[in-house]
Every structure is written in structure tokens, then in C-alpha cells.
Design a protein around this ligand. Structure first.
Ligand SMILES: Nc1ncnc2c1ncn2[C@@H]1O[C@H](COP(=O)(O)OP(=O)(O)OP(=O)(O)O)[C@@H](O)[C@H]1O
Length: 278
């Protein structure tokens, strides 16, 4: 009897592998202006399995960043629902949402008046449940995890390089050990060497922490090096979700322009360079 109860408790805590990490159902995003309504997403559906690196690509203004913000719970869709690990996002409180989803914002979005350590520790401090010494230790562990040194902890964001800002922001996104990580243009603004180093870091963290990653990027190298699948946003919805090599073959004006225009040759080189990843 006790055994059965224990097993029931364990299975309630363990993630069900068959339940998608993210399940977006019939989502609508509508912005109302004084003189008009703008429909950004119309009946959009997207499922992301555990352990995937799903990249979202789409033209400017198709609502990629808005979709990430909705998955984080910062914005609510007009209609439809988002389930994280099988649970409706609307039913999670702030603590529940932030322990499940971490987000690396475009440009890092660090607080300029806080040190690196204070920035990384911020989400844990906000919970007001742990003593300061434990919070500091947790933040130092995360700094190490992203390749920053203990000496960087007391620096101000203005003293950091672009690559270090991204790393500090990534440490903050991971401070609550979320199983789901959202990345908005993770390599934008980085020089090629820093970009390669950051992609390598993301790849090893994805593997070591068994993360599910959803990423918005325009950068083909980042896209091909990390993605297990790509979702294409066009016509206010996800028009195709497939492995990179299959997305390239999909006939749609946006896909052709994105992968097969001037950038096409690079895309084909990348397909040859990363045949196993994709
Ligand atoms: N709070 C808001 N109020 C009104 N309109 C908004 C709001 N947030 C976003 N939008 C509009 O929604 C559209 C989608 O914005 P979003 O930033 O998600 O696009 P995106 O696909 O990420 O574009 P880009 O690739 O250019 O960054 C844009 O037209 C934007 O102006």
C-alpha cells in the first residue's frame, strides 16, 4: 500500500516523456490601437518535445519575440493556451513559471546599476525564501557554468564585453534551474569568434543540463549548429515545423528567400558541414 502511494507521488513529480515541454494551442495575438486592431498570430499551433532545440524563424514583425514573451508568461495571448510540461501557463504563479522557464533576452537586458552577481542572483532574491549566502553561492556556481570567473562577479555590466554580457544574462536565465530555456537572438551583435564560443557553450549546456531550448535567430550558423527542428512563422501561424534539411526543401516565398536567396549558398555549405546535427 505504502509502495503504491510512493510510486504515485514519484510519477506525479517525474516529467512524463510523452507530454510536450511546450504545447501552444490555437493561439491568437491581437494588438488594439485607437483606430485599428492588428492580428499578429491567428490560430497558431506549435509543439516542442523535451530535449529539442526548436528554432523559430520568420520575417520581421511576424511576432517571434512576442511568442517567446508569451511562453515566459510576460504577455497573455488574446485567445488559445500555452501548456508548459502539460500545465496551462495561466495556472502557474510567478514562482512556478520562473522555475520552469528561463529567458535570455536580446542584448542581455542586465540591470545597469547592479553588479554581475546581483544581476544573476536577482530572480532568486525576488523569491525571498533563501538566505543571502546561499543565493550568492548559487549565483557563483551559475557564473562558473557559463564560463565567467569569480572576479567577474563584482563587475558592472558596463565593464563587460558583448560576449560576457550574454554569458551573465544566460547565468541569470538558468539561476532557477528551469528545464526550458528561451533564447532571443542569442548571438546577435557578437563578433564571429565570440559567437562561435557562445554557440559551443549553448550546445554543451543543452546536453549537460538536458534542457529544452526554443530560440529565435536570424543567424544561419547559429541556426544550423544548434537546431534539431525549425518552425517557420508566416501568414500569422507556424506554416511548417521540420528538421533543417526538410525546412529548406519546403516551398514557400519566405523559406526560399531566407534559405535559398543570397544566403542560400551558405545554408548549403552548413548542411554539408553539420550533416549529423541536422
Ligand atoms: N505591446 C505591443 N503593442 C502593440 N504592438 C506590439 C506590441 N508588442 C509587439 N507589437 C507588434 O507586434 C509585431 C511583432 O513584434 P515582434 O517583436 O514579436 O516581432 P519579431 O518577429 O520578433 O520581429 P523582428 O524579427 O523584427 O525582431 C510588431 O509589429 C510589433 O510592432
Amino acid at each position: 500500500m505504502e509502495d503504491l502511494k510512493d510510486r504515485r507521488v514519484a510519477s506525479a513529480l517525474e516529467p512524463d516523456e510523452d507530454v510536450p515541454m511546450v504545447d501552444i494551442r490555437n493561439l491568437w495575438t491581437i494588438f488594439r490601437h485607437p483606430d485599428r486592431r492588428v492580428v499578429i498570430h491567428k490560430d497558431l499551433n506549435l509543439q516542442v518535445k523535451r530535449g529539442e532545440v526548436m528554432s523559430i524563424v520568420g520575417g520581421s514583425g511576424t511576432g517571434k519575440t512576442v511568442l517567446l514573451r508569451q511562453m515566459l508568461g510576460l504577455e497573455r495571448p488574446a485567445r488559445g493556451e500555452i501548456l508548459i510540461g502539460g500545465r496551462p501557463l495561466q495556472k502557474l504563479d510567478r514562482r512556478g513559471a520562473s522555475s520552469r522557464v528561463g529567458m535570455l533576452f536580446q542584448h542581455g537586458a542586465l540591470f545597469s546599476a547592479f553588479t554581475v552577481l546581483e544581476n544573476v542572483a536577482f530572480p532568486l532574491r525576488e523569491l525571498k525564501t533563501l538566505p543571502p549566502r546561499l543565493i550568492e553561492e548559487a549565483a557563483l556556481v551559475k557564473l562558473q557554468m557559463v564560463g565567467l570567473k569569480p572576479a567577474d562577479a563584482d563587475k558592472m555590466p558596463s565593464e563587460l564585453s558583448g560576449g560576457m554580457i550574454k554569458r551573465a544574462a544566460l547565468a541569470r536565465a538558468l539561476i532557477m534551474d528551469p528545464p526550458l530555456l528561451l533564447l532571443d537572438e542569442p548571438t546577435a551583435g557578437l563578433d564571429p569568434d565570440s559567437s562561435d564560443a557562445f554557440v559551443n557553450l549553448l550546445r554543451s549546456l543543452h546536453r549537460e543540463l538536458a534542457l529544452t531550448v526554443i530560440m529565435v535567430t536570424h543567424d544561419l550558423d547559429t541556426l544550423f549548429e544548434l537546431s534539431t527542428r525549425i518552425a517557420v512563422l508566416a501568414e500569422q501561424k507556424v506554416i511548417v515545423t521540420a528538421r533543417p534539411r526538410d525546412v529548406i526543401a519546403f516551398r514557400h516565398p519566405f523559406v526560399e528567400e531566407f534559405f535559398l536567396g543570397e544566403r542560400g549558398q551558405r545554408a548549403m555549405e552548413l548542411l554539408r558541414e553539420y550533416p549529423f546535427a541536422i
